[in-house]
Design a protein around this ligand. Structure first.
Ligand code: ADP
Length: 243
């Protein structure tokens, strides 16, 4: 893998945990309970990727596939303002698509390639593909043990599409995942992400997020191939993700 790019999380210690930020040609998976900060980090990275290289970005645009209607333009503007960027310009560089069900989500991940190609022809780049949440539709549509195999097969196909995208455009992918709340599904481990092994083998970086006191959150790097396991504390404030 040559020419790997990194995108800053805007928090120094969090970047250190990741070896400089989230990587291109890689899927980074964030999982954690409701309110642990997954969507906030996704918003922050959609802004950060637009920064010049010397500020930790890739001078590029982002695609944001939103499955739970959690994308907030106002939050993007708030983060842009705190970096003294033009808020409308920043928002314009995030291509948001709402996925209505898992098939639509899969279709959007294929369309992302066409969109990135078109944008490239116009002289701009897409260096970040966000899927928030990767698993919510799959989890809602394929319920019960009997449909687990089919769900995994579909997720597998979906993730291969995402990998293709990251390879083709030297882009980073950031996907979010809930922790398992159905005690029946994965032998009752509440910190286990939905998707089990297939996702585990494909997401090169896996981050487990949890709440700490107040605006503090803890990110734990789990099973990384090339970085040591470890933890980092970050905060979610009005300005975004910071140390
Ligand atoms: P998840 O996606 O893991 O469910 P979120 O990323 O939505 O969690 O995190 C929600 C939390 O982010 C809120 O509980 C709040 O603490 C914090 N947050 C969201 N927006 C703001 C803001 N504008 N200013 C400060 N903190 C915020």
């Amino acid at each position: 893998r040559a020419n790997i790019g990194k995108i800053t999380t805007m928090a120094d210690d969090f970047d250190r945990l990741l070896g400089g930020g989230i990587e291109t040609q890689t899927i980074t998976e964030m999982y954690g309970e409701y309110g642990s900060g997954k969507t906030q980090i996704a918003h922050q990275l959609a802004v950060a990727v637009q920064l010049p290289k010397e500020k930790g970005g890739l001078n590029s645009n982002a695609i944001y596939i939103d499955t739970e209607n959690s994308f907030r333009p106002e939050r993007i503007k708030q983060m842009a303002r705190s970096l003294e960027l033009d808020e409308d310009e920043v928002l314009d560089k995030i291509y948001v698509a709402r996925a209505y069900n898992s098939n639509h989500q899969m279709l959007l991940s294929e369309k992302a390639r066409e969109l990135a190609k078109k944008i490239k022809e116009e002289g701009e780049k897409i260096k970040l593909l966000i899927i928030d949440s990767l698993t919510s539709h799959f989890r809602a549509e394929y319920v019960g043990r009997g449909s687990l195999a089919e769900r995994q097969q579909k997720l597998n196909k979906h993730l291969h599409e995402v990998i293709k995208f990251t390879d083709l455009f030297n882009a980073a992918a950031l996907v979010t995942n809930q922790v398992q709340s159905n005690p029946d599904a994965f032998f009752g481990d509440p910190t286990r992400p939905v998707g089990g092994n297939i996702l585990g083998h494909m997401a090169t970086y896996r981050l487990y997020l949890r709440k700490s006191k107040g605006d503090k959150r803890i990110a734990r790097l789990v099973d990384s191939p090339c970085m040591p396991e470890g933890e980092s504390v970050f905060t979610i404030g009005e300005e975004g993700i910071r140390d």
